[in-house]
Write a protein that binds this ligand. Structure first.
Ligand SMILES: Cc1cc2nc3c(=O)[nH]c(=O)nc-3n(C[C@H](O)[C@H](O)[C@H](O)COP(=O)(O)OP(=O)(O)OC[C@H]3O[C@@H](n4cnc5c(N)ncnc54)[C@H](O)[C@@H]3O)c2cc1C
Length: 539
């Protein structure tokens, strides 16, 4: 039997804790959260909560760049068409059009706020990545786009007089009253638990790559926002669609660094252990086929050659250009004695980007009143079953701006009353047997990698569901006292939803490849799988 998860992770009582009041509460300080903060009217107070330092986020790690139609020879219609083609017939065309048309505005704002994008011949330099039919990816510092954008955004947020950033602060749960969001319960090691009451709340907690053993995502990406939105009753959708990046550095003992798609955009080849350039055996677009196609091809080539990885080969490219364009990748590889201008780079797929998440409308409204969401935590319909490269920073900017504006307008219409409401979660009996949380986390990551990875089948997912339900039974009822336990509870909840959705979808589409259902099945499955707390086993 699936284990019930309590509505709140920890016990609390409003009479026995601190309270804080703000107009807008933003959970997450990556690109989406900070862009939302910039959109709130200066007369309103904003609190941004980040679970580690604000510099640590998926946004900060982004390499390749942001997609946008900026070249006179490019067209919005083409960017829209490329996005929809990659998305496996599951994109919402209205959403795609809305996001693509805003790209020039949103990239222009970043320039105005001091982000230093790379230039060539006095114009913005534009690269191309898999699935794009035109050069339309702006980038910064070669392959450190996220770091540069976040430098500019963090600076701007810190300068804003109305924005407070609470770092090292973990969001446990959304506070809800009569079905509407009223803020969040947060924790940090200095102050313990605080009830933050907000007129409007924006969820921008990012993705869930850490559910997998092999991932490009930093430690913060544990899917907390999806789990806490689910506990609060918000609808989630498309949870089966985790995108695997085809080329993640694979060196025993090394970090799983992403080797950006832009490397293939610059002309790098994918070769197997025998030096065979295999991508054209699988797809006429070769190395620049969409990510799901390249990931599938790599896994199949690894099986064929009985080798744990394939290689990126840049030998035929101009070494000076390679080093100028990819300084960060060159530096990471150099730490493992690899010179990317000569040596082949060992790579294989890893979990990279969560297409699914909290259902939102065009303005970023969730299904819970007073709760908005933006960035990787959402399932907006932009990416469908498979994200087109470099569309996610764009999505974070567009939805961040809209959610911020919407929350700001709605908050401005509510008077201050500085009163706390009676919401409590009384303590329950907890099991006292010590538990090795790291062991369960490792087991979960291995299970997800093995049975919910690039290739899936019903038997494997059934086995995964049995294991995860078993772990849920003894982990979810416990009350932990710090983020290690809370993250594990969130990861189990999100992992279970992902497996349930992938198991239900008896077809192959976008990032989901089912060995037992290898064809796309538009008659039955050209639709979204949604979850609400009331109708699944997490409730
Ligand atoms: C290696 C890598 C390279 C990428 N390259 C590109 C690229 O070139 N182009 C592109 O478009 N996309 C790229 N992406 C994807 C893109 O970076 C992300 O989708 C995007 O940055 C997500 O932004 P976000 O603001 O939604 O989330 P994030 O930037 O991940 O921010 C999440 C925030 O939420 C906070 N948070 C999470 N849980 C909690 C909690 N419980 N309590 C409090 N705070 C919490 C975190 O501390 C963090 O501040 C890349 C991703 C990775 C990992």
């Amino acid at each position: 039997m699936p284990a019930p998860v309590p509505r709140y992770l920890v016990p609390f009582h409003p009479k026995r804790m601190s309270h804080f009041f703000t107009d807008v509460l933003i959970l997450g300080g990556g690109l989406a959260g900070l862009r939302a903060a910039m959109a709130v009217a200066p007369k309103l107070s904003v609190v941004v909560v980040t679970k580690r330092d604000v510099e640590e986020s998926n946004s900060n790690h982004a390499q390749g760049g942001i997609a946008g139609v900026l070249d006179p020879g490019d067209r919005f219609e083409d960017h829209v068409a490329d996005t929809i083609k990659a998305g496996g017939s599951l994109c919402d065309p209205v959403v795609v059009d809305h996001v693509v048309r805003e790209a020039p505005l949103r990239i222009g704002e970043l320039l105005k706020w001091g982000a230093r994008f790379d230039h060539a011949n006095d114009r913005l330099a534009m690269g191309r990545e898999g699935g794009h039919g035109h050069d339309r990816i702006v980038h910064a510092m070669g392959d450190a786009t996220g770091k540069e954008i976040m430098r500019a955004m963090i600076h701007r947020a810190r300068e804003a007089g109305n924005v407070d950033i609470w770092e090292q602060t973990f969001t446990l749960d959304l506070l809800t009253l009569d079905g509407a969001c009223r803020g969040a319960l947060v924790w940090n090691s200095r102050h313990g638990k605080t009830m933050v009451w907000a007129k409007q709340t924006i969820l921008a907690t990012g993705g869930a790559g850490q559910l997998y053993r092999e991932t490009t995502n930093p430690d913060v990406a544990t899917g907390d926002g999806m789990a806490l939105a689910h506990r609060a009753g918000a609808e989630l959708r498309d949870m089966e669609f985790m995108q695997f990046h085809p080329t993640v550095l694979y060196i025993a003992g090394g970090s799983r660094s992403l080797i950006s798609e832009a490397v293939r955009g610059e002309g790098a080849w994918l070769v197997d252990r025998h030096g065979h350039r295999f991508m054209t055996d699988h797809d006429p677009r070769g190395e620049l086929a969409p990510r799901d196609v390249v990931s599938q091809a790599i896994v199949s080539q690894m099986e064929k050659t009985r080798h744990p990885n394939v290689y990126l080969d840049l030998n035929h490219l101009d070494p000076a250009r390679v080093l100028a364009r990819f300084p960060s990748i060159a530096a990471v590889c150099a730490e493992f004695d690899l010179d990317i201008t000569h040596d082949r780079i060992p790579v294989r797929p890893g979990a990279h980007y969560m297409m699914g998440g909290v259902t939102v409308d065009l303005e970023g409204r969730t299904t819970v009143p007073r709760l908005w969401a933006a960035g990787e935590v959402i399932g907006s319909g932009l990416h469908g079953a498979n994200r087109l490269a470099s569309n996610s920073l764009l999505e974070a900017l567009v939805y961040g701006a809209h959610a911020g504006e919407g929350a700001s307008q709605a908050a401005a219409e509510i008077d201050d009353d500085f009163s706390a409401s009676m919401i409590e979660n009384p303590p329950t009996d907890t099991l006292t047997e010590p538990m090795n949380l790291a062991d369960i986390r490792n087991s979960l990551q291995s299970l997800m990698w093995r049975n919910m990875g690039v290739r899936r089948d019903g038997d494997g997912m059934n086995e995964a569901l049995e294991s995860i339900n078993q772990w849920c039974r003894y982990v979810l009822p416990r009350q932990f006292t710090d983020p290690t336990g809370w993250e594990l509870q969130n990861m189990l909840c999100v992992g279970r939803l992902m497996i349930q959705a992938a198991f239900q979808r008896e077809e192959t589409r976008g990032a989901q490849f089912r060995v037992d259902f290898p064809q796309i099945d538009d008659d039955h499955w050209r639709r979204h799988i949604t979850f609400r707390r009331d109708d699944d086993s997490c409730s």
